[in-house]
Design a protein around this ligand. Structure first.
Ligand SMILES: Nc1ncnc2c1ncn2[C@@H]1O[C@H](COP(=O)(O)OP(=O)(O)OP(=O)(O)O)[C@@H](O)[C@H]1O
Ligand SMILES: [Mg+2]
Length: 364
């Protein structure tokens, strides 16, 4: 799949933008705070309906406007498609595929597969488990439509169960209705646990080799799923924690408490890794994801790299640029020197200056 063009209206610092991408490597360069990341964010939004930064819709609409429009024209199996997003400050967003509005995010499934690497990815490793669950879920939801529904159902049931726990504190008689939610929580929860386990195992199979190359053989990275509860033990543990759940008025067991471990040998880099080790591990995960997407959807994803080169030493930059291969890529940077120094071939260059983009049409 290929993103042919992006159109923005009143989105972040863009009043109006229309840009045509090359199917190879696109470089977006410019000084800080000009709008480079905003462009990648808008492309990502069209594939996932979510900001990679976790921003709310109202934060993406231009400060002075009430609504924003984002449009991507893409090509999939040589057939063009249009994705339109209508963001509003105070209402839910509208999404349409080829002019037909969709109701659920899952209808967008498989239209536009993206792998995004941004400086914030460091926090997948550095921050708490919630960030790591978000990483697993964002990636899995792009790859697995069934998971997307199961996770949505699990989260809904969890919210309803927590709500009921609060009501039971006021009216103990309601405790009899808890069973209905427990059954559903177990049903969806076990599926979520199993899918996450399988995904992390597959990612782990790919990540070791990539990380070894990226670090010149110095480090061996292992990803380890750390479920809060194994699927087989979920029912028993849910019963065991009933009194605690009632006392705290929330559900204490389940995949909403999962974590993902990052190990270099015996060392847990979530706690003991250097900043560079953490960043490289995050990058290895993203590169592994490209291979995983390729093998699952049998199509090349689009790679979005935000300000990635300035964070890496020369060896890691080289490995990264060499490993991109033939997939459509959009890279942001503050200058073109790195690419020239590495004799890295790129297809199209855009200069980004305060919410405007000049296409330099430099084909190499
Ligand atoms: N809702 C909004 N309305 C208008 N402007 C916004 C909005 N949200 C963010 N901006 C502005 O967009 C500008 C560009 O942001 P962006 O993150 O794309 O910069 P960048 O070119 O990637 O910079 P850097 O090199 O520092 O990463 C910022 O100055 C920010 O203030
Ligand atoms: Mg940026």
């Amino acid at each position: 799949m290929i993103v042919k063009s992006l159109e923005l209206k009143d989105y972040r610092n863009y009043n109006h933008l229309n840009m045509q991408f090359s199917s190879g490597t696109n470089i977006l360069y410019g000084e800080n705070a000009q709008g480079k990341t905003n462009i990648l964010e808008a492309v990502y939004l069209c594939g996932t309906t979510k900001s990679h930064r976790g921003s709310k819709d109202k934060e993406m609409v231009s400060f002075t406007e009430d609504e924003a429009h984002v449009r991507v024209i893409l090509e999939k199996n040589q057939i063009p498609h249009r994705i339109d997003l209508h963001l509003k400050k105070n209402k839910a967003k509208g999404v349409a595929i080829d002019g037909i509005p969709i109701k659920r995010q899952s209808e967008l499934f498989g239209m536009l597969n993206l792998v995004f690497f941004s400086p914030e990815d460091l926090y997948i490793i550095k921050n708490g488990p919630a960030e790591r669950r978000r990483f697993i879920d964002l990636e899995l939801c792009q790859l697995d439509k069934i998971y997307l529904n199961q996770l949505g159902n699990y989260n809904k049931v969890l919210a309803q169960r927590n709500n009921l726990l609060k009501q039971i504190a006021v009216n103990r008689n309601l405790i009899d209705t808890l069973n209905i939610w427990d059954e559903k929580l177990l049903e969806y929860g076990c599926k979520v646990i199993k899918t996450r386990e399988e995904f992390i195992n597959r990612l782990n199979d790919l990540v070791g080799e990539i990380h070894k190359k990226l670090t010149g053989g110095k480090e061996h990275l292992i990803l380890q799923y750390e479920p809060n509860v194994r699927a087989a033990d979920f029912e028993g543990k849910l019963k065991k924690y009933l009194e605690k759940d009632l006392a705290l008025k929330m559900t204490n067991v389940g995949p909403h408490r999962d974590d993902l471990g990052f190990l270099l040998g015996d060392i847990d880099i979530r706690k003991y890794g250097s900043q560079g080790q953490q960043r490289t591990a995050a990058l290895s995960c993203k590169l592994a994801e490209i291979d995983l997407v390729k093998s699952i959807i049998k199509e090349n994803p689009i790679l979005l790299l935000d300000d990635v080169l300035s964070e890496l030493d020369r060896q890691r930059q080289n490995y990264l640029l060499n490993s991109i291969g033939d997939i459509q890529t959009m890279i942001t940077c503050t200058g073109l020197e790195e690419f020239v120094n590495h004799r890295f071939a790129y297809d199209k260059v855009f200069q980004v200056v305060s919410g405007a983009v000049n296409s330099l049409e430099r084909e190499i």
